[in-house]
Write a protein that binds this ligand. Structure first.
Ligand code: ATP
Ligand code: MG
Length: 338
C-alpha cells in the first residue's frame, strides 16, 4: 500500500472547520487504501507562546478529536510527534542542507511573525518548515516510485514544495534515500475562510472567536457564530469569491458538509435570504459535529487509555522512523557507535 502522512498542531482546544474539511476529514478516507501515519505536531506548537499545562491538555484533546472523527488505531498509526525522537534529529540534518535565503522565503513565517515583528519571533518558528520536512521524510516509503501522499490545506503548499526540494537535494548529494512526497490538496475545501474576515483563512491561532467554527463548539455558540457571519450588502445567494467572499465561503462549507454541489445549492436558495442559508447551514453543522463532540468527550474522560493508544502509535511510528534514520546517519557520514 502507498503511504500517506499528515499532522495537526495542538494550538487550540478544538479543531476548526477548516482543519476538518481541508485536512482531517480526508485523512479518514485514506486509511484503508494507504498505510497511514497521522500525528499531533506538538513540537511545532512550542514555536509560539504557550503554557505547558495547556499544551499537554491540547495534545490529548487533539488526539481525541482525531480518533473521534474516525481514525482507528487498527487502521492508522496515530501518534504524538515529540514521542518519536527522530523528528528532531532529522530536522537538524535537513537544516544543514537548507539555505538561509531559501528558508526566508517561506510565507507562513512572514504571516505568523507579522503581529509581533520578525525580531520577536522564535528561531523555531523560522525553521518550522524544516522540521515539517523531517516529519514527512522520516516516513518515506521504500524507494521505487511508490506514491507518497501528504493531504493538507492550501496554506501548506509552499512547505510541501520545500520538502520535495530537500528530499531531492539529499538524494543528489548522499544517494537515493527519500521518495518526494506529493501534496494532496482538495481544491474545493483547501481554504475555508474566517467567518468575520472572509478574505482571510480560518486559523486556530489568529482567527477571532467569532470568526472560527470549532468542531467542539456547543450548539448555542455554534449557531450564533454562523448566524452572525459577515456577508455583503446584496441579497442574492450566489457563488462569487471575488465580490461575495462571505456568502461564497458559506456555500463552500455547506456543499462540503452536505455533499450537494454549489450550483445545486444556488438553485435551492434561489429567492431565499441570507438568513435561510445560515439557518440551514447551522443545522447541518450541528448534525455533523454533535456526534464527534460526544465521542471526543468520551475519549477525554479516560486519559490513561488515550495515552496508551498514543503510546502504541508512537511505538509503530518509531520503528519506521528509526529505520529511516539508520540509513540517513550512514549516508551523511556519521560514525556508527562501536
Ligand atoms: P495555526 O493557526 O496554529 O497554524 P491552523 O488552523 O493553521 O493552526 P494547523 O494545525 O496549522 O491549523 O493545520 C492543520 C491542517 O489544517 C493543515 O493541513 C492545514 O493546511 C489545514 N488547514 C488549516 N487551516 C485551514 C483552512 N482555513 N482551510 C482548509 N485547511 C486548513
Ligand atoms: Mg497552520
Amino acid at each position: 500500500r502507498p503511504r500517506v502522512l499528515s499532522g495537526i498542531q495542538p494550538t487550540a482546544d478544538s479543531f476548526h472547520l477548516g482543519n476538518y474539511l481541508g485536512a482531517v476529514r480526508n485523512w479518514v478516507g485514506l486509511q484503508d487504501s494507504h498505510e497511514a501515519f497521522y500525528m499531533v505536531v506538538d513540537m511545532h506548537a512550542i514555536t509560539v507562546d504557550y503554557d505547558p499545562e495547556v499544551l499537554r491538555q491540547r495534545i490529548r484533546r487533539s488526539a481525541a478529536q482525531l480518533f473521534a472523527v474516525g481514525l482507528e488505531p487498527s487502521r492508522s498509526t496515530v501518534f504524538v510527534q515529540s514521542q518519536v525522537h527522530e523528528h528532531a534529529e532529522l530536522a537538524w540534518i535537513l537544516g544543514a542542507l537548507t539555505g538561509f535565503g531559501e528558508a526566508s522565503r517561506m510565507t507562513q513565517f512572514k504571516d505568523k511573525s507579522a503581529k509581533h515583528g520578525t525580531q520577536a519571533a522564535s528561531v523555531g518558528l523560522f525553521t518550522y518548515p524544516i522540521l515539517q520536512a523531517a516529519d514527512i521524510l522520516l516516513y518515506t516509503p521504500p524507494l521505487g516510485g511508490k506514491d507518497f501522499q501528504v493531504p493538507v490545506g492550501e496554506d501548506q503548499r509552499q512547505h510541501l514544495e520545500l520538502t520535495r526540494t530537500l528530499a531531492g537535494r539529499f538524494n543528489h548529494r548522499f544517494g537515493p534515500t527519500f521518495v518526494e512526497p506529493d501534496a494532496h490538496i482538495l481544491k474545493s475545501t483547501a481554504k475555508i475562510q474566517d467567518l468575520q474576515e472572509p478574505e482571510r483563512k480560518m486559523s486556530k491561532s489568529s482567527s477571532s472567536p467569532q470568526g472560527i467554527i470549532d468542531i467542539l463548539d456547543e450548539p448555542g455558540p455554534l449557531k450564533k457564530k454562523i448566524m452572525r457571519a459577515v456577508t455583503d450588502a446584496e441579497t442574492e445567494i450566489r457563488y462569487d469569491p471575488e465580490t461575495k467572499p462571505g456568502v461564497s465561503n458559506l456555500l463552500t462549507i455547506m456543499s462540503a458538509l452536505g455533499g450537494e454541489p454549489i450550483e445545486g445549492l444556488e438553485g435551492h436558495f434561489a429567492g431565499a435570504g441570507y438568513g435561510q442559508l445560515k439557518k440551514e447551514l447551522a443545522e447541518l453543522a450541528l448534525e455533523t459535529f454533535g456526534p464527534i463532540r460526544e465521542r471526543t468527550l468520551e475519549l477525554l474522560a479516560d486519559p490513561a487509555e488515550l495515552d496508551r493508544m498514543l503510546a502504541k502509535g508512537a511505538e509503530r511510528a518509531s520503528e519506521v522512523a528509526a529505520g529511516t534514520m539508520d540509513t540517513v546517519r550512514e549516508r551523511v557520514g556519521y560514525l556508527r557507535r562501536g
